[in-house]
Design a protein around this ligand. Structure first.
Ligand code: UD1
Ligand code: MG
Length: 510
């Protein structure tokens, strides 16, 4: 019985990435929704490897913790000292001693690698029965990279690192991308023969190719269609370049599926985001994490959505949302902040300078202006007056406010939770609602107004205000002075008007 053909993926991620000048290990730097390492792992995922080994070293604990999140099946293997890429692969294979088959090795810092490309490399390698196949690319500037040295017949002779190369070899623009497929047995054998006789005194994985070739084994080169996929990341300038390149790739793919991006250069969509047909994304917009945008939704300009679900035909303008849900046809902004578990039902509205956290806003309900909604449930078709605060925090605990359906709350209300406003209830402008308002009631909770007639003319005599008052025929000051109010004044207040035609709620806003 032949041994089953195993596929093993080895990702090299032990290096420090000195030039990143970061406390974060290089492979954990984020790039549009995944870390560099996460991108490499997802490019390798369709290979359906029997096992994946990640060589860790610098920041090993952080990298291990990240693997637990993104690739729990991968086995981290510690390379305590970074003695070279050949040494790293040797240690990785010691951790998986058994098995023939194919070993795919990928440098941890090539995040633009596409699954199709690594798949084609492995297929070509396995079909040719090669001992080793390297992914190569012709690049405009090969500085710092290993060169593919071919013989007169165009066959791979060896891979030479730039620092070990002579002038002729340095002129070669075909480079080693740091992505390889090996026959496991022949790789193990060659790794045992690596020397450290090079400029860095390291065991180079790339020397395996020269060794195999001199012992007559077939080695091959697979040339990538697009050299951009092979770009590595060594510093933050390169990281920014990779981010732009990936942005363009992601944006182009979405436009081809029927999403409009009005300004692709300022639209940053994580690889983990999904958009439906006819969604329109306006300029300067970031869509991150597990965000999903429904068909025909309008997002932007100037919007950041993190882990947020936007329903079909909804609109979000100049706003920031994290962990929120926006229902079909709902509208958000301009200038809204949706925090985790803000849930807007269909056709709900959260308007300008409104913050919502951990609250449900029912279908067709509106919170149009200048309001904080925290820990609340609002029913359907209700309207929350401008400048209201859902007072949810007593300094120790958070409490909920419940507003029913078809309620109309006045402007400048405080809802001191826990409190409930029933279906069809109204509240008066300026109310501090500390007690439940029954269904259909008008809740009024504010002081009566008193006007001190003539106060300005008397107390601010000679001012422009007093002169204006006099011109307007203001009543002269009351004999009992500034402190007294005329109780006989007609006071347009809620006490008198509840139930009347000019109800206290008439100062609500819509
Ligand atoms: C390597 C290749 C070079 C190729 C280039 C592509 C070698 C000797 N050279 O060079 O031919 O053109 O990649 O980007 O392989 N790593 C470890 N342990 C180590 C050393 C490195 O895990 O002891 C990891 C690094 O974290 C990195 C990868 O291996 O992810 C490549 O190492 P790096 O030092 O970046 O190699 P290069 O000099 O770029
Ligand atoms: Mg490198």
């Amino acid at each position: 019985m032949p041994q089953p053909h195993l596929r093993t993926v080895v990702v090299l991620a032990a290096g420090e990435g000195k030039r990143m000048k970061s406390t974060l290990p290089k492979v954990l730097h984020p790039l549009l929704g995944r870390t560099l390492l996460g991108h490499v792992l997802s490019a390798a995922a369709p290979l359906a490897a029997d096992r994946t080994v990640v060589v860790v070293g610098h920041g090993a604990d952080q990298v291990r913790a990240h693997l637990t999140d993104v690739a729990p099946d991968a086995t981290p293997v510690l390379q305590a000292e970074q003695l070279g890429t050949g040494h790293a692969v040797r240690i990785a294979l010691e951790a998986v001693p058994d098995g023939a088959g194919t070993v795919v090795v990928i440098n941890g810092d090539v995040p633009l690698l596409r699954p199709e490309t690594v798949g084609a490399l492995v297929t070509a390698h396995e079909q040719a029965g090669a001992a080793a196949t390297v992914l190569a690319a012709e690049v405009p500037d090969p500085t710092g990279l290993g060169r593919i040295v071919r013989d007169a017949d165009g066959r791979l002779e060896q891979i030479v690192e730039e620092r070990d190369a002579d002038a002729t070899q340095r002129a070669i623009r075909e480079i080693n991308a740091g992505i390889y497929a090996f026959d496991a047995m022949r790789l193990r054998d060659a790794l045992g023969k690596l020397s450290t006789d090079n400029d860095q005194g390291e065991e180079y994985l790339t020397d395996v190719f020269g060794l195999l070739r001199s012992s007559g084994e077939p080695v091959a080169v697979h040339v990538a269609d697009d050299h951009v996929e092979t770009l590595g990341c060594n510093d933050r300038v390169e990281l920014a370049t990779l981010r732009r390149l990936l942005r363009d790739r992601v944006n182009e793919a979405w436009m081809r599926t029927g999403v409009s991006l009005l300004d692709p250069a300022t639209t940053w969509i994580d690889v983990t985001v999904a958009l439906d047909r006819d969604a329109v994304v306006d300029q300067n917009t970031q869509l991150r994490g597990s965000t999903v945008v429904g068909a025909g939704a309008l997002i932007g300009p100037d919007v950041t959505l993190v882990d947020t679900i936007v329903g079909p035909a909804a609109s979000v303008v100049r706003s920031h949302a994290v962990g929120a849900e926006v229902g079909a046809g709902a509208s958000v902004g301009p200038y809204a902040y949706l925090r985790p578990a803000a849930r807007l039902a269909d056709k709900a509205k959260v308007g300008t300078f409104v913050e919502v956290k951990n609250s449900e806003i029912g279908a067709g309900s509106k919170v149009p202006h200048l309001t904080y909604v925290g820990d609340a449930t609002i029913g359907e078709q209700s309207n929350i007056g401008a400048a209201s605060v859902f007072v949810n925090y007593d300094g120790v605990n958070k409490h909920r406010t419940v507003i029913g359906s078809h309620a109309r709350t006045g402007a400048d209300n405080m809802f001191v939770a826990p409190v409930e406003v029933g279906d069809g209830a109204y509240t008066a402008a300026g109310s501090v609602i500390v007690e439940d308002v029954p269904a259909g009631a008008m809740g009024v909770a504010r002081a009566r107004q008193r006007n001190i007639e003539g106060w300005v003319v008397k107390r601010r005599a000679g001012t422009a205000a007093a002169q204006a008052a006099e011109r307007a025929g203001a009543v002269q000051g009351a004999p009992n002075g500034a402190g007294a109010a005329s109780d006989s004044e007609a006071m347009h207040g809620p006490g008198e008007t509840v139930g009347g035609p000019s109800g206290a709620g008439d100062t609500a806003t819509e």
